[in-house]
Design a protein around this ligand. Structure first.
Ligand code: SF4
Length: 268
């Protein structure tokens, strides 16, 4: 079987940066080291970090001293303040692309504009973004959610950085019909755009796609979704153990891509 590997498969800049920050700190061996929530949505990477003594903490009570790292998705500013007051030393590994969205939300909501965030309400990044809004923000995921929005004087729209670009554009079109003056910030990051565009180029050249990445990883799920939208049989796997060998043995050429939080050793 021939395997075509996507050029963009694997760690994005933000995840690589967060990993480097954590591993640099872990190698210093300077005492307890925590990440506030799982660093990324990838079990294998989390296991590796655990083996290096990095622990995941969901709250700060009882942790004592040490360092705590804010993950690439970011957190609400209120939580950051709580971390800073806990006595732990705080290291911020929020991806700069996420920081930019946080800044847009803070800036415009301070001026009285209302934020509409296209994303997954329960995703850590979106929870963090909502915390930056100075007035209640609205989170929507589909075009049909637009009609349920209340009347707004000065709305603006941003996207969770890993959203499906086509879905975002459709939602923006519907929003513009309802709110003609809406400000639009396409905050889907380049890494997401590139991965989504590349997966489309496999159409017609492969018999099936394999997408490697955490089952809870939003950006991996989007790649699976886009690959299926192209009509390609698509297998989402976390590890080699999940490969459907029987089904794949029927294929001559298989495309291979991976989410932005999938390490190269898993792709290999
Ligand atoms: Fe940053 Fe984009 Fe990677 Fe998210 S997917 S960590 S926003 S580069």
């Amino acid at each position: 079987m021939k395997v075509k590997l996507a050029k963009t498969a694997g760690f994005c800049m933000g995840v690589r940066r967060a990993m480097e920050i954590v591993l640099t700190e872990a190698n210093k061996n300077e005492g307890p080291l925590f990440t506030f929530g799982p660093l990324i949505h990838n079990h294998q990477v989390l296991e590796l970090l655990e083996s290096k003594g990095v622990r995941t903490a969901d709250h700060v009570e009882g942790l004592g001293s040490g360092k705590i790292i804010i993950r690439a998705h970011g957190i609400p500013p209120q939580k950051q303040e709580m971390l800073e007051q806990s006595g732990l030393s705080v290291i911020d590994a929020t991806c700069p692309k996420v920081t930019r969205v946080q800044a847009i939300i803070r800036h415009y909501t301070l001026k009285g504009h209302t934020a509409i965030i296209v994303g997954d309400q329960n995703h850590a990044e979106v929870v963090g973004l909502m915390g930056y809004s100075q007035i209640p923000a609205h989170v929507i995921q589909e075009t049909r959610d637009v009609s349920a929005l209340p009347h707004m004087e000065k709305p603006f729209v941003v996207a969770q950085t890993t959203q499906n670009a086509a879905n975002f554009n459709q939602i923006v079109n519907v929003l513009q019909r309802r709110f003609p003056d809406i400000r639009v910030f396409d905050t889907i990051c380049d890494a997401t755009h590139e991965r989504q565009e590349e997966v489309k180029t496999f159409k017609g050249h492969v018999d099936a796609m394999v997408v490697v990445g955490g089952y809870h990883s939003g950006n991996t799920q989007r790649l699976v979704e886009i690959s299926r939208e192209q009509g390609m049989p698509t297998f989402h796997v976390e590890t080699e153990k999940d490969l459907d060998k029987k089904a794949l043995s029927q294929m001559n050429v298989v495309g291979l891509t991976a989410g932005a939080s999938t390490p190269h050793w898993m792709i290999k």
